[in-house]
Design a protein around this ligand. Structure first.
Ligand code: SF4
Length: 283
């Protein structure tokens, strides 16, 4: 009987084991694998080819053989905007990376999706540690301490607005707390998300500010000042034929995509119900 392989015990051995497991996972798929937005294929020379998945059949790509080039590739969107969240589905196109082995592949993947390869491996092994929102919030300090007060409903809406596949390709594994699962589509991607990230924490802080708007500030149809600000900005931009999202992590801006997704969940029902702050139908 053969012995079971020893379980890696140090950070270094987990990195090595994940590197090998990831390469083997690619090797066993003749058509290649999609990880996030990256299509990875084994080459006839024994290395790996990486490109944006929408470029699967593209012939004219800028080819590079330095795995560290992935850092530049992942930095900006197609439109030149900084990408604060590498798992956002806005990886630019037009490039191809040729790396010579599993080590080069790991270096490139770590720039494209930091820590994702190790998380993917630990999740498959059943040993990925998951941290709930409440545990994460309890560790926050300074201006982020206030996210400890975000209601469960606020966390749920923030997660739907911030973490679904249309805005983030990771599969959220974390919950509000031990007894309160996230009630959302967690995503189909290969990259697990074991803990609320810094972008989510920043968004949760903004949602908490929305929650804190005093009921006395509501107008006769029950809109808060920030809801009115967002609606006005949206109408103004739409009427000028110029609805452009603010930058990805600028949650203080009314036309931020995640902020608008949150409004879809919380403001639209209010507008459609036609009820004022006291819950009375309007005249
Ligand atoms: S917390 Fe949400 S937005 Fe952040 S990486 Fe995880 S799934 Fe994506």
């Amino acid at each position: 009987m053969s012995e079971a392989p020893a379980r890696p015990s140090t950070k270094q051995s987990v990195a090595a084991a994940s590197r090998e497991a990831f390469a083997a996972w690619i090797d066993e798929a003749p058509e290649g694998r999609v990880f996030g937005q990256v299509l990875i294929r084994r080459t006839s020379e024994g290395g790996y080819s990486l490109r944006q998945r929408d470029d699967a059949g593209a012939a004219k790509l800028v080819v590079n053989e330095e795995p560290r080039e992935a850092r530049e590739i992942s930095k900006l969107t197609e439109w030149g905007e900084y990408r604060p969240l590498k798992s956002s589905p806005n990886l630019r196109r037009g490039w191809e990376l040729h790396v010579k082995d599993a080590r080069g592949l790991a270096v490139a993947m770590n720039y494209l999706y930091p820590a994702a390869q190790v998380h993917w491996y630990l999740y498959r092994e059943g040993s990925l540690e998951v941290t709930s929102y409440r545990e994460n919030a309890a560790r926050q300090s300074g201006i982020y301490k206030r996210i400890q007060r975000l209601s469960d409903e606020g966390v749920q809406n923030a997660a739907r607005a911030c973490c679904e596949d249309v805005v983030c390709l990771k599969k959220a594994l974390w919950n509000v707390d031990e007894g309160t699962p996230l009630a959302m589509d967690r995503g189909d991607g290969e990259i697990p998300c074991p803990e609320p990230c810094s972008v989510f924490v920043s968004f949760a802080r903004r949602v908490r500010l929305f929650e804190r708007e005093d009921r006395r500030d509501l107008d006769e149809i029950g809109l808060s000042p920030s809801e009115k600000e967002d609606l006005a900005a949206l109408v103004e931009a739409a009427s000028a034929g110029n609805v452009e999202y603010a930058r990805e992590a600028e949650f203080e801006e009314p036309l931020n995509e995640r902020r608008l997704r949150y409004r879809r969940l919380t403001l639209l029902p209010k507008l459609r119900s036609g009820r004022g702050p006291a819950g009375r139908p309007r005249d």
